[in-house]
Write a protein that binds this ligand. Structure first.
Ligand SMILES: [Zn+2]
Length: 305
Protein backbone atom coordinates (compact mmCIF):
# COMPACT_ATOMS: atom_id res chain seq x y z
CA UNK A 1 0.00 0.00 0.00
CA UNK A 2 2.63 2.54 1.01
CA UNK A 3 5.07 1.11 -1.54
CA UNK A 4 3.15 2.46 -4.53
CA UNK A 5 2.58 5.78 -2.81
CA UNK A 6 6.30 6.24 -2.66
CA UNK A 7 7.08 4.67 -6.05
CA UNK A 8 4.46 6.53 -8.08
CA UNK A 9 5.85 10.06 -7.66
CA UNK A 10 9.26 8.91 -8.91
CA UNK A 11 7.61 7.47 -12.00
CA UNK A 12 5.55 10.59 -12.66
CA UNK A 13 8.45 12.92 -12.04
CA UNK A 14 10.63 10.89 -14.39
CA UNK A 15 7.99 11.30 -17.12
CA UNK A 16 7.56 15.02 -16.59
CA UNK A 17 11.26 15.74 -17.06
CA UNK A 18 12.87 18.75 -15.45
CA UNK A 19 10.01 20.76 -13.97
CA UNK A 20 12.10 23.83 -13.23
CA UNK A 21 13.35 24.05 -16.84
CA UNK A 22 9.83 23.47 -18.13
CA UNK A 23 8.52 26.30 -15.95
CA UNK A 24 10.93 28.85 -17.42
CA UNK A 25 9.86 27.97 -20.97
CA UNK A 26 6.21 27.87 -19.98
CA UNK A 27 3.37 29.62 -21.73
CA UNK A 28 0.12 30.51 -19.99
CA UNK A 29 -0.55 30.82 -16.27
CA UNK A 30 1.56 29.00 -13.69
CA UNK A 31 0.16 25.83 -12.18
CA UNK A 32 0.21 26.05 -8.40
CA UNK A 33 -0.91 23.26 -6.05
CA UNK A 34 -1.43 24.10 -2.37
CA UNK A 35 -1.98 21.47 0.32
CA UNK A 36 -4.51 23.25 2.58
CA UNK A 37 -7.31 25.64 1.70
CA UNK A 38 -5.78 28.43 3.77
CA UNK A 39 -2.60 28.31 1.67
CA UNK A 40 -4.54 27.98 -1.59
CA UNK A 41 -6.65 31.03 -0.68
CA UNK A 42 -3.56 33.19 -0.07
CA UNK A 43 -1.85 31.91 -3.23
CA UNK A 44 -4.90 32.67 -5.40
CA UNK A 45 -5.12 36.20 -4.01
CA UNK A 46 -1.41 36.86 -4.53
CA UNK A 47 -1.16 35.26 -7.99
CA UNK A 48 -4.26 36.96 -9.40
CA UNK A 49 -4.73 36.03 -13.08
CA UNK A 50 -1.19 34.72 -13.49
CA UNK A 51 -1.63 31.29 -11.94
CA UNK A 52 -4.20 28.54 -11.66
CA UNK A 53 -4.25 27.49 -8.00
CA UNK A 54 -5.56 24.11 -6.92
CA UNK A 55 -5.97 22.90 -3.34
CA UNK A 56 -5.48 19.26 -2.41
CA UNK A 57 -7.39 19.21 0.89
CA UNK A 58 -10.99 20.32 0.63
CA UNK A 59 -13.57 21.12 3.34
CA UNK A 60 -13.56 18.69 6.28
CA UNK A 61 -10.24 17.08 5.34
CA UNK A 62 -7.81 16.49 8.21
CA UNK A 63 -4.26 17.40 7.09
CA UNK A 64 -2.62 15.33 9.85
CA UNK A 65 -4.14 12.17 8.38
CA UNK A 66 -4.20 13.15 4.68
CA UNK A 67 -2.58 10.75 2.25
CA UNK A 68 -2.16 11.82 -1.37
CA UNK A 69 -4.24 9.71 -3.76
CA UNK A 70 -3.01 8.67 -7.19
CA UNK A 71 -4.89 11.64 -8.65
CA UNK A 72 -3.33 14.02 -6.10
CA UNK A 73 0.14 12.78 -6.97
CA UNK A 74 -0.60 13.41 -10.65
CA UNK A 75 -1.76 16.99 -9.89
CA UNK A 76 1.36 17.59 -7.82
CA UNK A 77 3.59 16.25 -10.58
CA UNK A 78 2.07 18.69 -13.09
CA UNK A 79 2.54 21.73 -10.84
CA UNK A 80 5.16 24.44 -11.41
CA UNK A 81 4.96 25.33 -7.73
CA UNK A 82 3.86 23.29 -4.72
CA UNK A 83 3.01 25.19 -1.52
CA UNK A 84 2.65 23.42 1.80
CA UNK A 85 2.38 24.45 5.45
CA UNK A 86 5.37 22.58 6.85
CA UNK A 87 6.10 22.06 10.59
CA UNK A 88 4.88 18.48 10.05
CA UNK A 89 1.26 19.51 9.47
CA UNK A 90 1.17 17.32 6.36
CA UNK A 91 2.59 14.42 8.36
CA UNK A 92 1.98 11.75 5.74
CA UNK A 93 3.19 13.72 2.71
CA UNK A 94 6.86 14.10 3.67
CA UNK A 95 8.24 11.60 1.13
CA UNK A 96 6.22 12.98 -1.75
CA UNK A 97 7.23 16.58 -1.03
CA UNK A 98 10.90 15.68 -0.83
CA UNK A 99 10.75 13.93 -4.21
CA UNK A 100 8.77 16.73 -5.86
CA UNK A 101 11.37 19.25 -4.70
CA UNK A 102 14.00 17.61 -6.91
CA UNK A 103 12.27 18.80 -10.07
CA UNK A 104 10.16 21.88 -9.19
CA UNK A 105 9.69 24.63 -6.65
CA UNK A 106 8.32 23.27 -3.38
CA UNK A 107 7.93 25.90 -0.68
CA UNK A 108 6.89 25.61 2.98
CA UNK A 109 4.92 28.81 3.61
CA UNK A 110 5.95 28.70 7.29
CA UNK A 111 9.64 29.15 6.39
CA UNK A 112 9.82 32.87 7.32
CA UNK A 113 8.00 32.59 10.63
CA UNK A 114 10.74 33.12 13.24
CA UNK A 115 11.41 30.08 15.40
CA UNK A 116 11.05 32.32 18.46
CA UNK A 117 7.36 32.83 17.56
CA UNK A 118 6.57 29.13 17.15
CA UNK A 119 4.93 27.18 19.95
CA UNK A 120 6.79 24.11 21.12
CA UNK A 121 4.30 22.26 23.32
CA UNK A 122 6.01 19.70 25.60
CA UNK A 123 3.48 17.01 24.68
CA UNK A 124 4.39 17.28 20.99
CA UNK A 125 7.75 15.52 21.30
CA UNK A 126 10.03 18.42 20.49
CA UNK A 127 8.18 19.50 17.34
CA UNK A 128 6.63 22.87 16.67
CA UNK A 129 2.88 23.44 16.66
CA UNK A 130 1.98 23.65 12.95
CA UNK A 131 -1.37 25.50 13.36
CA UNK A 132 0.08 28.96 12.62
CA UNK A 133 -3.01 30.20 10.70
CA UNK A 134 -4.85 30.66 14.01
CA UNK A 135 -2.75 33.72 14.81
CA UNK A 136 -3.59 36.07 11.95
CA UNK A 137 -0.42 38.13 12.55
CA UNK A 138 1.71 34.97 12.17
CA UNK A 139 -0.18 33.83 9.10
CA UNK A 140 0.57 37.21 7.49
CA UNK A 141 4.24 36.16 7.56
CA UNK A 142 3.49 33.35 5.10
CA UNK A 143 2.53 35.78 2.32
CA UNK A 144 6.08 36.83 1.37
CA UNK A 145 7.36 33.29 0.72
CA UNK A 146 4.35 32.75 -1.59
CA UNK A 147 4.90 36.04 -3.46
CA UNK A 148 8.64 35.38 -3.78
CA UNK A 149 8.12 31.85 -5.10
CA UNK A 150 5.67 33.13 -7.72
CA UNK A 151 8.01 36.00 -8.65
CA UNK A 152 10.89 33.61 -9.20
CA UNK A 153 8.86 31.52 -11.63
CA UNK A 154 7.21 34.51 -13.35
CA UNK A 155 9.58 37.49 -12.92
CA UNK A 156 7.58 39.62 -15.38
CA UNK A 157 4.72 39.86 -12.89
CA UNK A 158 6.83 40.05 -9.72
CA UNK A 159 5.61 43.59 -8.99
CA UNK A 160 1.99 42.47 -9.03
CA UNK A 161 2.66 39.51 -6.74
CA UNK A 162 4.44 41.71 -4.20
CA UNK A 163 1.68 44.35 -4.37
CA UNK A 164 -1.08 41.75 -3.98
CA UNK A 165 0.71 40.24 -0.98
CA UNK A 166 0.99 43.73 0.53
CA UNK A 167 -2.73 44.36 0.09
CA UNK A 168 -3.65 41.00 1.60
CA UNK A 169 -1.21 41.64 4.47
CA UNK A 170 -2.99 44.93 5.20
CA UNK A 171 -6.36 43.14 5.22
CA UNK A 172 -4.97 40.54 7.65
CA UNK A 173 -3.65 43.27 9.94
CA UNK A 174 -7.17 44.71 10.19
CA UNK A 175 -8.63 41.23 10.73
CA UNK A 176 -6.17 40.62 13.56
CA UNK A 177 -7.15 43.87 15.31
CA UNK A 178 -10.85 43.04 14.85
CA UNK A 179 -10.41 39.54 16.34
CA UNK A 180 -8.59 40.93 19.39
CA UNK A 181 -11.37 43.43 20.06
CA UNK A 182 -14.16 40.90 19.49
CA UNK A 183 -12.73 38.34 21.97
CA UNK A 184 -12.74 41.09 24.63
CA UNK A 185 -16.57 40.86 24.57
CA UNK A 186 -16.32 37.52 26.43
CA UNK A 187 -16.15 37.98 30.24
CA UNK A 188 -12.54 37.21 31.27
CA UNK A 189 -13.44 34.17 33.43
CA UNK A 190 -15.20 32.58 30.44
CA UNK A 191 -12.34 32.95 27.97
CA UNK A 192 -11.78 29.19 27.84
CA UNK A 193 -11.93 27.42 24.49
CA UNK A 194 -12.57 23.67 24.64
CA UNK A 195 -12.27 21.92 21.26
CA UNK A 196 -11.74 18.47 19.77
CA UNK A 197 -7.98 18.73 19.21
CA UNK A 198 -5.24 21.09 20.28
CA UNK A 199 -5.31 23.27 17.16
CA UNK A 200 -6.03 26.59 18.85
CA UNK A 201 -2.83 27.17 20.83
CA UNK A 202 -1.72 30.11 18.67
CA UNK A 203 -5.25 31.49 18.76
CA UNK A 204 -5.29 31.38 22.55
CA UNK A 205 -1.87 32.98 22.84
CA UNK A 206 -2.67 35.82 20.42
CA UNK A 207 -6.25 36.60 21.45
CA UNK A 208 -6.06 35.83 25.16
CA UNK A 209 -7.99 32.60 25.64
CA UNK A 210 -7.13 29.51 27.65
CA UNK A 211 -7.25 26.58 25.23
CA UNK A 212 -8.10 22.99 26.10
CA UNK A 213 -7.96 20.27 23.44
CA UNK A 214 -9.43 16.81 23.90
CA UNK A 215 -6.82 15.35 21.57
CA UNK A 216 -3.24 16.54 21.20
CA UNK A 217 -1.69 18.74 18.53
CA UNK A 218 -2.12 16.01 15.93
CA UNK A 219 -5.23 13.87 15.48
CA UNK A 220 -3.16 10.71 14.93
CA UNK A 221 -4.04 9.22 18.31
CA UNK A 222 -7.68 8.87 19.38
CA UNK A 223 -8.69 10.51 22.68
CA UNK A 224 -9.05 8.06 25.56
CA UNK A 225 -11.34 7.89 28.57
CA UNK A 226 -8.73 9.73 30.64
CA UNK A 227 -8.83 12.70 28.22
CA UNK A 228 -12.64 12.78 28.40
CA UNK A 229 -12.55 12.83 32.22
CA UNK A 230 -9.84 15.48 32.34
CA UNK A 231 -11.80 17.81 30.04
CA UNK A 232 -15.21 17.08 31.60
CA UNK A 233 -13.82 17.79 35.10
CA UNK A 234 -12.42 21.10 33.91
CA UNK A 235 -15.59 22.18 32.06
CA UNK A 236 -17.80 21.29 35.05
CA UNK A 237 -15.55 22.84 37.72
CA UNK A 238 -15.13 26.08 35.79
CA UNK A 239 -18.83 26.17 34.75
CA UNK A 240 -17.90 26.70 31.10
CA UNK A 241 -21.16 27.18 29.15
CA UNK A 242 -20.13 25.82 25.74
CA UNK A 243 -17.55 23.62 24.03
CA UNK A 244 -16.89 23.29 20.30
CA UNK A 245 -16.68 20.69 17.57
CA UNK A 246 -14.30 21.05 14.62
CA UNK A 247 -15.20 20.62 10.96
CA UNK A 248 -12.24 18.31 10.24
CA UNK A 249 -12.47 16.09 13.34
CA UNK A 250 -15.30 13.58 14.07
CA UNK A 251 -17.77 15.08 16.58
CA UNK A 252 -18.38 11.97 18.70
CA UNK A 253 -15.57 12.69 21.17
CA UNK A 254 -16.91 16.16 21.98
CA UNK A 255 -20.43 14.70 22.32
CA UNK A 256 -19.02 12.22 24.84
CA UNK A 257 -17.65 15.15 26.86
CA UNK A 258 -21.09 16.79 26.84
CA UNK A 259 -22.56 13.55 28.25
CA UNK A 260 -19.77 13.29 30.85
CA UNK A 261 -20.46 16.87 31.96
CA UNK A 262 -24.16 16.09 32.35
CA UNK A 263 -23.19 13.14 34.59
CA UNK A 264 -21.28 15.66 36.71
CA UNK A 265 -24.40 17.82 37.02
CA UNK A 266 -23.11 20.53 34.68
CA UNK A 267 -25.10 20.88 31.47
CA UNK A 268 -22.81 22.18 28.71
CA UNK A 269 -23.86 22.81 25.14
CA UNK A 270 -22.06 22.53 21.84
CA UNK A 271 -21.32 26.15 20.95
CA UNK A 272 -21.00 25.42 17.25
CA UNK A 273 -18.66 23.99 14.66
CA UNK A 274 -15.30 25.69 14.20
CA UNK A 275 -13.19 25.49 11.07
CA UNK A 276 -9.87 24.36 12.46
CA UNK A 277 -7.61 22.57 9.99
CA UNK A 278 -9.80 22.97 6.89
CA UNK A 279 -11.86 25.86 5.55
CA UNK A 280 -15.54 25.85 4.61
CA UNK A 281 -17.04 25.08 1.20
CA UNK A 282 -15.66 26.91 -1.85
CA UNK A 283 -17.83 29.89 -2.70
CA UNK A 284 -19.03 30.35 0.89
CA UNK A 285 -17.79 33.05 3.29
CA UNK A 286 -16.00 30.38 5.36
CA UNK A 287 -14.37 29.08 2.18
CA UNK A 288 -11.86 31.96 2.41
CA UNK A 289 -9.23 32.42 5.09
CA UNK A 290 -10.52 35.80 6.37
CA UNK A 291 -14.09 34.47 6.30
CA UNK A 292 -13.07 31.38 8.26
CA UNK A 293 -11.38 33.51 10.92
CA UNK A 294 -14.43 35.80 11.24
CA UNK A 295 -16.76 32.80 11.44
CA UNK A 296 -14.69 31.10 14.16
CA UNK A 297 -14.31 34.26 16.26
CA UNK A 298 -18.01 35.13 15.98
CA UNK A 299 -19.05 31.55 16.87
CA UNK A 300 -16.77 31.50 19.94
CA UNK A 301 -17.85 34.95 21.17
CA UNK A 302 -21.59 34.32 20.70
CA UNK A 303 -21.42 30.99 22.58
CA UNK A 304 -19.31 32.19 25.52
CA UNK A 305 -20.21 35.82 26.18
ZN1 LIG B 1 -4.59 20.08 13.60
Amino acid sequence: MTAWLVALPILLLACSGDGKAAASARSGPLKVVATTGMIGDAAARIAGDYAVVETLMGPGVDPHLFKASEGDVRRLAQADLVLYNGLHLEGKMGDILVKLARSRSVVAVSEEVPVSELREPPEFLGQYDPHIWFDVSLWAKTLNPVANALAELDPQHAGEFIANAGRLGEELRELDVWAQARIQEIPPERRVLVTAHDAFGYFGRRYGMEVVGLQGISTLSEPGLKDMDRVADLVASRAIPAIFIESSVPRRAIEAVVAACENRGHPVRIGGELFSDAMGAAGSEEGTYPGMVRFNVNTIVEALK
